[in-house]
Design a protein around this ligand. Sequence first.
Ligand code: NAP
Length: 518
Amino acid sequence: MTYLAVPISEKNIQTCKEQIKTAVKAGAGMLELRTDYIETVNIEKVKELIAAAKQTNLPIIVTCRDTAEGGQNNLPAPLRSQILTEAINLGADLIDCEYANFIQSNFGEIIKKTLAENKKTRLILSAHNFKAPFGNLDGIYEQMFAAFPQAIAKTAYHANHINDCFAAFDVIKKYGNKAIAICMGQAGVISRVITKKLDAFLAFASIEDTAATASGQITVEKMKKQYRFDSINDETEFFGLIGDPVEHSIGPVVHNACFGAEKLNCVYLPMLVTGGQVQFNEFLDNVTARAWLDMRGFSVTIPHKVNALQYAKTKGEYIEPLAAKIGAVNTLTVGLNERINGYNTDYAGAMDALTGAMGIKRKQLHSKTTAVIGAGGAARAIVAGLAEVGAKITIYNRTLSKAQSLAAEFACHWAGLEEVKNIDAEIVINCTSIGMHPKIDASPVPKECLKPAMVVFDTVYNPLETLLLRQAKRAGAKVVSGSEMFIGQAAEQFKLFTHKDCPMDTVRKVTLEALGEK
Ligand code: NAP
């Protein structure tokens, strides 16, 4: 069992006590009393804090961190050592002592002796690096166990890249419940959740973002509600959004809600992959080399959609033909023997949004006159989807050369953006960012051109109702929101990830709630 430990890190005992109450209410499974945070700390204050924490019946760790390893208030070594020994005498379940201090005889011997006299208390030996990963991570664990075989060995290091997390997974795989490994920073976020699957001794979470004691710490609420921490076990499968940036994406909220609705033992995480093709390849190589992590699939966003296609081409097993034609992959699944498959659900999501609103099948788009405004990534996916079913497409774009080359590839007509005023099509699709937040007073189509017989589809989903859609509605046209495309592509991904139909009510409700909040 992996404890969900919440640090108590206030400056005075009264506010610490309040923080303890909040932590219990939030669902903490363990409390870490960071006594180094207490101003003018002394033994009496520590005693009072331990007594308050013990009333919760939660296991407690007492820590008095050295400033050299991220502690507060620059406390002298004799006081830190005294606080830890006193905590043992007071029956703390665990104390956390820096390995570097533990091996100093004047610091470690008294702790060892006190532990020998109080068998109930366990020792966490810890090492921290706030700048970078440790060189030989496994070597550190070996040294810690050599110094005190009954210890729980802990490292916390800054992940410069998500690829730095895999060394942490390897040590937890090896030592399980005898170890803790935390990767700090945005790139390390996945370590805080995934190590539970590997049976790490604990994972830290904060009560609120401002109470985090280390960068990248997730709140208890998010751990439990969004990342389904309590349900994670050794059979949990992981999925995620690969991109840069990823922190503001609604993907994790939507996919985790769908997993929850279907009672699937799956968790979806944001996976910040910085860099280009090389770093992207390293990430997938790391994943596929560790089948035991059960990372089974990924959504892919900016800037990696082309990198994902390249990876699938060189090292993968299957690429959906239309994804290859579009030149971008937004979904990867990890198949049998850890082979990668690549798909594009953007086009499928757009086609489903359009045909769903029109009440027709995809093939019935054949011969429909369609105006696609824009010639970027979204336009490319939609043009490919429409061309496949034989729609008659005209591409309008600000940069003529882009309209021209996209039109040449898919045998369409093309024109400049200023030609939109002469638009005469059954279906109009905006694939530019015109009208997107914050410039919500703009529309790519003059309102006079909008006709009752038209179907107007705006891929922009922020705001949910763009000026184009508002004006189209007023003109009596049928409208399709970008949120429907998002819902459609997420539903397709769910199917590819789980081989089950997506719970459409859930995906729609959660997507609209999440987008409405933006
Ligand atoms: P992209 O590859 O960067 O392409 C942007 C397109 O917008 C280009 O055609 C560009 O024209 C045009 N554009 C941008 N600013 C413009 C302006 N001020 N005036 C005229 N044209 C302008 O981006 P993308 O990935 O295709 O995304 C485009 C839109 O699709 C975004 O708003 C995004 O929210 C939406 N989208 C929605 C979904 C969904 O699930 N609903 C999925 C993907 C994308 P130039 O070629 O002249 O630069």
